[in-house]
Design a protein around this ligand. Structure first.
Ligand SMILES: Nc1ncnc2c1ncn2[C@@H]1O[C@H](COP(=O)(O)OP(=O)(O)OP(=O)(O)O)[C@@H](O)[C@H]1O
Length: 373
């Protein structure tokens, strides 16, 4: 059974103006499972904002489909510019928070939270009760009568989150919600999102350009480049994928070769291999001096995953056998060229292996498919 609560299929968005076309989304397939926090990262212009705005049809996709909670929103959108009633109703089940909060300055905090309920025609008393509950949930009961100008950035975002939850959404979309906040406030807003995700079973799709956000709250992540998703999966799966750019950015294991005629290798340990003394066995078996240039160890979903960058004396050709040994021990092995990026060693390593210098350009990392938790 597909437990995705947000699914985009071959989503494309082309912005057309008189003299040019920009392909902002170039066939995006995304699956966000119920109850997870899913982060989409990428450089400026990668298409993140366009993607999140297409998920609630604030932006109309050029082609492809968007399903949220089992409903095909693209089918509800109709052809005119004005959203039909069915789409407006479906959107009530999708909350959205924005980087710059988008609060109405002339309304109190309580009235800002009540706004979506007013639009839905909810009676005054029911609105006030719901707004009171939501402000309690985000820790701002004492600010109900304050105006946005009297709040800190973090408090404003909490109001934005309370307002986004007014329609009891199953899904919350977050468009760089913490980008305007300092690191400490960012952490507290992310903790709030995580708590809401757990308490309410809320699915959160967020876009960010900060890897720390992914590290702090995301179960899964996708990397976008040029309108495409180039890597995706649970954080644990990504960390275990040789050559994953996201894994490298989440847990950088830096370190350069100490001189010429050295082989630098990135190793990923997971499962059983994370707890065996593979490196000391390698040193003993081949009588080779190994320098550890960097290492990171994390536990995700109860699985230990380690990444390590080591240096072996000699060039790649001299180290084919030890590298083969590491692979036999169940480690993912990627030889690092002079440039900082790693090249996954994919085929079986043999003495005549063509991976030997010159090292080819990094191969694209294949998408990690979703697996049940
Ligand atoms: N309304 C628009 N009209 C024309 N081009 C647009 C429009 N909105 C976005 N684009 C273009 O689409 C591409 C993707 O933009 P988008 O804002 O989705 O990227 P992003 O990853 O969110 O970047 P940022 O982090 O800077 O917001 C960019 O080349 C951008 O210039």
């Amino acid at each position: 059974m597909d437990a995705s609560v947000i699914t985009t299929t071959d989503l494309r968005k082309v912005y057309r103006s008189r003299d040019r076309e920009v392909t902002a989304l170039d066939g995006v397939d995304l699956g966000v499972r119920e109850g997870e926090v899913y982060g989409v990262v990428g450089r400026s212009g990668a298409g993140k904002s366009t993607l999140i705005r297409c998920v609630n049809l604030l932006e109309r996709p050029t082609s492809g489909t968007v399903e949220v909670a089992g409903r095909d929103l693209t089918a509800l959108a109709g052809r005119s510019d004005r959203a039909p009633a069915a789409l407006r109703a479906a959107r009530a089940g999708i909350g959205m928070v924005f980087q710059h909060f988008n609060l109405l300055s002339s309304r109190t905090v309580q009235d800002n939270v009540e706004l979506p309920l007013e639009i839905l025609g909810v009676s005054g008393r029911a609105r006030a009760r719901k707004a009171g509950e939501l402000l309690d949930l985000v820790g701002l009961s004492d600010k109900a009568r304050a105006y946005p100008a009297q709040l800190s950035g973090g408090q404003k975002q909490r109001v934005g989150i309370a307002r986004a939850l007014a329609g009891d959404p199953k899904v919350l979309l977050s468009d760089e919600a913490t980008s305007a906040l300092d690191p400490e406030t960012t952490r507290s807003v992310l903790r709030l999102l995580r708590d809401l995700n757990r308490q309410l079973g809320l699915t959160v799709l967020l876009i960010t350009h900060e890897m720390d956000v992914v590290k702090q709250v995301c179960d899964s992540a996708a990397l976008m480049k040029g309108g495409r998703v180039v890597e995706s999966g649970t954080v644990a799966e990504l960390l275990a994928t040789p050559g994953s750019e996201l894994a490298g950015e989440l847990f950088p294991v830096g370190g350069q070769a100490s001189g010429p005629d050295r082989t630098v290798v990135d190793l990923t340990f997971h499962g059983d291999s994370a707890t065996r003394p593979v490196i000391s066995q390698l040193a003993r078996t081949y009588n080779v001096d190994i320098s550890i240039l960097g290492a990171a160890m994390e536990t995700y979903d109860g699985r230990q995953i380690g990444r390590m960058r080591i240096e072996l004396p000699g060039r790649f050709e001299d180290n084919v056998v030890p590298i083969g040994y590491l692979r036999e021990q169940g480690l993912d092995v990627a030889v690092v060229p002079d440039a900082p990026e790693a090249v996954p060693v994919t085929g079986p390593v043999s003495v005549t292996d063509p991976v030997a210098a010159p090292v080819p350009a990094p191969a694209p990392v294949s998408t990690v498919k979703e697996t049940a938790k």
